[in-house]
Each structure stands twice: as structure tokens, then as C-alpha cells.
Design a protein around this ligand. Structure first.
Ligand code: OOG
Ligand code: NI
Length: 462
């Protein structure tokens, strides 16, 4: 049955992303201030850097820039993760990548739900970093059982959301009215609730185990804990945050400042202290909980497996030299050490291409098109690039980084609780709970780059 009246999943995702942003701005006004700062910085970058503007135009990123954001949630049970996957599927979002945060002392493992194809990403790049609490990492058995029991009693989806997810699965889509209703219903799952589901004593016990455990277990649902706009100059945002009354975390996570940005750089501001009401308390909220925060990201080139290995190696070397994760006290020294190690990572497009370190889209130039039909059949892309017949643009990295994610978690969990969990990462178990395999992000970038390569050769008559 084909029903032409279905709204595209990308349209639903765009609507949902806008609704989420409006809700979060209302709940956390500092997020609005941060968006204003990011908009100012981005405008200045575009005015001052015509090459950057041209690159973003060429890769369809300019139009989506103002719409671009990611959020993060933490769910408590396999059942919740499973249903969240079905909910995101309505919006054309699939699980990409597996992130194990346990080695960094955070008892979760995660994936990112996002659109897969560049045409869909262009319409809405909205993504949600989604973590599943690993209760099995709680060593106190009584507390572990109590947490599981509390979680088993909650229902984080509205009946309306469930009904529309099922309708979507049966029909293969939703019409405009259903889509609008779906966005409303789905939003409820991510809303903040002042009323906790536990007593203050239960909260304290969970919190003493790990603040994250309290955040997941003590509330009615997986409130969105941050929403992150994309900036073109994260150094400028980090520097200007204090002037706007926002306190940033100690260091920017990820690679250093470069001419050609790679992967992902992130920083955040400290979580808010919010009033909550425990079940043993009266109507006036008396307790407090810190969970929700703000984050900014700058996205750069997706790296090939070879490039990613080099990145991991240089980051590890930096951290080893520093004797661990950076702190407020050694931030400047950390940046210097990071920059020193990353001198080994080429910062020139042609070099990145020749050494197969990053993924590219290939655009024939006017000069190249003029030579159509006159090329030797065996001419290589390297030759075309070097002759100026093909323009290189890096493909933007759409995913996350586990070491950085751990840094973002930690900055908002307080610097205590950094015990390492020794248990093995367990992608298989995660995928079983999720109800599907996670996509391999390398494959997605490879395919995009192959598509572009084929189109470019075809346009040049090769
Ligand atoms: C997720 C932290 C990770 C990112 O951007 O790397 C993250 C969380 O705090 O739940 O959002
Ligand atoms: Ni984030």
C-alpha cells in the first residue's frame, strides 16, 4: 500500500528538533543565552572567512547550521531502550556507533540516533546521544535490585506515543495530523519533572553510588539533559561564555584548534542545581538535583579508520604525558601538549586526501568541466585534485567521541566518582537490548564519499 499523504521522516525530525529546542529553552533559559552567543559567533565567522562559507555552502551545511543541534538522554532499562529505538525510527533516526563509557568511570553504554544519508541530514541533522544505564556495574546488590525494581514500575512513553509508533510501523508512515500529534506525545518523554519517584533517603542512596544512577533511576523519565548548538568557532564561544554569565568547563574536549577542523570539539557549562520534590515531601519542592547543562560543539572532517587511529594515538599520547584527564589547574599546559602532539596530523586538505586520513566530497571545478572529453582515461583523482580540476571538501563528522563524551559526563557529575569500571564492554548485549545492530559509521562515510567520487568522474566524462 503506498500512501502519498505520509509526511517524510525528515520533516517529523525537523519538527521534533524545533519543538525540543523550544521546550528546553523554556526549561533552561541559559540554553537560550548560549544559542544567542553561538549565533553571534557564527555570523562573525561567516562574515570574516569566505573560504569557510564557501565550504559550508558546497557541502550543504550552511542552510542546516542554525537548525543543528544534538541532545542527550539516559534510559534505565532494556525495554526503554528498545522502545526509544522505535520512537526515533518514526523520525528517520537510526542507531549509529557503540560507545562504551565504563572505562572512563561512567556506568553506561551508548549509541547515537541520527539520520543516515546526506540528503536527510541536510533536512535535519538532529541527533540524540542515548545511554543505557548498566545496572550490573552497581556492586551493592541490594541497591541494584532496588534500582531495578523502581525502574520496572515507570512508563516513560505516553499511550498516545506508543499508539502512533505502532501505527507508523503498520502503515509505514504518518500523515500530517498524526505526525503533529506524534511530536507532541514524543516530547513528553523528554520533559523535566520536578516530582521524583523516590524518597529522599532512596535518592541519597542512589546518589552515593553514582550521581548518574540517581539521575536515571529517581525520575519519571529520561529528561533531555542537554541540547547542543553547533558553532563554527568553539574557542571564541569558550572565551566569551563568562562575559554572558555562563561558566564553561575547564577544557575543550577533542582535537586542538586547526586550520581544517577534524572530528568534533566540545565544551559545556556546569549543570544547574534544580529544585525537586521527593515522594516523602510535601508540595513545596525541598530537594535538589543537578543534571541538566549546556554544551557547544564544533564539527569538522570525518576521518577514515586510518585517520581515526592517528587521532586516538595522538590523544592518548597527550593524556599519558599529562598523567590523565585535564583539569582546571593544568588547562593551558594541556592545550600546549595537545597542540604539540597534533603537529603530526596534517592540516592541509590535499595532504589529508593523499594520506587517506579524511573523507571527502569531490566537486568538478569550472576548469575541470572545460576539459571534459579531453582527459586520458586513466587519470587519477590525485592528479585531478593537484591540477585544480576537482575541488575537495571534507565530509562533516556526524558522530561522537567516547573520550570526549566521558569528559562531558564527568564535568557534570562532579570530579568525584571517577572510578574505572573494569567490566568488559558489551556491544552484543547492548544490541540485544536495543533490538537491532548499530550501524558502522565508517561505512556510511565511505558510501557517501564513493557516491561523490562516482558523480564527479561522471561529470568530467570519466
Ligand atoms: C551524554 C554525554 C555525551 C556528547 O556530546 O558527547 C554527550 C550525557 O551526559 O548523557 O552528549
Ligand atoms: Ni552532548
Amino acid at each position: 500500500m503506498s500512501t502519498p499523504s505520509f509526511v517524510s521522516p525528515s520533516q517529523i525530525r525537523a519538527q521534533f528538533s524545533a519543538a525540543m529546542s523550544a521546550m528546553y529553552k523554556n526549561e533552561v533559559p541559559l540554553y537560550g543565552d548560549l544559542m544567542d552567543l553561538v549565533a553571534d559567533v557564527n555570523q562573525r565567522c561567516l562574515d570574516n572567512d569566505p573560504a569557510l562559507r564557501e565550504h559550508l555552502e558546497n557541502t550543504n551545511e550552511l542552510a542546516r547550521l542554525d537548525e543543528e543541534r544534538h541532545g542527550a538522554i539516559r534510559v534505565g532499562t532494556a525495554q526503554e531502550l528498545h522502545t526509544i529505538r522505535r520512537l526515533f525510527a518514526v523520525m528517520g533516526m537510526s542507531p549509529v556507533g557503540y560507545y562504551d563509557l565504563a572505562p572512563a568511570g561512567v556506568p553506561v553504554h551508548s549509541t547515537a540516533f541520527r539520520a543516515l544519508h546526506e540528503d536527510e541530514l541536510k533536512q535535519s541533522p538532529f541527533r540524540v546521544f542515548t545511554s543505557l544505564l548498566r545496572l550490573e556495574l552497581i556492586d551493592d546488590e541490594a541497591l541494584r535490585n532496588e534500582a531495578a525494581e523502581i525502574l520496572s514500575r515507570r512508563q516513560i512513553f505516553t499511550p498516545g506515543a506508543i499508539a502512533l509508533i505502532e501505527k507508523h510501523e503498520q502503515q509505514g508512515g504518518l500523515d500530517a495530523a498524526d505526525a503533529e500529534q506524534f511530536v507532541k506525545e514524543a516530547l513528553e518523554t523528554f520533559r523535566w519533572h520536578t516530582a521524583a519517584t523516590v524518597t529522599s533517603a532512596q535518592y541519597d542512596a542512589l546518589h552515593d553510588q553514582h550521581r548518574l544512577i540517581a539521575d536515571v533511576v529517581a525520575f519519571k523519565g529520561p529528561h533531555i539533559n542537554h541540547l547542543t548548538p553547533r558553532t563554527l568557532d568553539i574557542d571564541a564561544v569558550q572565551e566569551q561564555m563568562p562575559q554572558r554569565g555562563i561558566t564553561p568547563k575547564a577544557v575543550i574536549e577533542g582535537p586542538p584548534t586547526r586550520q581544517h577542523a577534524i572530528l568534533l570539539r566540545q565544551t559545556s557549562f556546569k549543570a544547574l542545581n534544580e529544585a525537586v520534590r521527593f515522594t516523602d515531601q510535601g508540595d513545596d519542592a525541598q530537594g535538589s538535583h543537578t543534571a541538566r547543562f549546556g554544551e557547544i560543539e564544533q564539527r569538522g572532517a570525518a576521518l577514515t579508520a586510518k585517520g581515526r587511529d592517528l587521532y586516538d594515538q595522538l590523544l592518548t599520547a597527550t593524556r599519558e604525558e599529562m598523567g590523565g584527564a585535564p583539569t582546571e589547574a593544568n588547562a593551558q599546559q594541556y592545550y600546549q601538549t595537545l597542540a604539540k602532539h597534533f603537529e603530526a596530523f596534517p592540516d592541509d586538505l590535499v595532504e589529508l586526501f593523499k594520506q587517506d586520513l579524511a573523507y571527502f566530497v569531490y566537486t568538478p571545478t569550472a576548469q575541470g568541466l572545460a576539459k571534459k572529453g579531453k582527459y586520458p582515461a586513466d587519470i587519477s583523482m590525485t592528479q585531478l585534485v593537484e591540477d585544480g580540476d576537482v575541488r575537495l571538501d571534507t565530509i562533516v563528522y556526524e558522530d561522537f567521541l567516547p573520550v570526549s563524551a566521558a569528559g562531558i559526563f564527568q564535568s557534570n557529575l562532579g570530579d568525584s566518582g571517577t572510578a574505572e569500571y573494569k567490566q568488559m564492554s558489551n556491544q552484543e548485549l547492548f544490541e540485544r537490548d536495543l533490538g537491532s545492530a548499530v550501524m558502522d559509521e565508517q561505512r556510511l562515510y565511505q558510501e557517501q564519499s564513493q557516491r561523490s567520487l562516482a558523480q564527479c568522474f561522471a561529470a568530467l566524462g570519466l
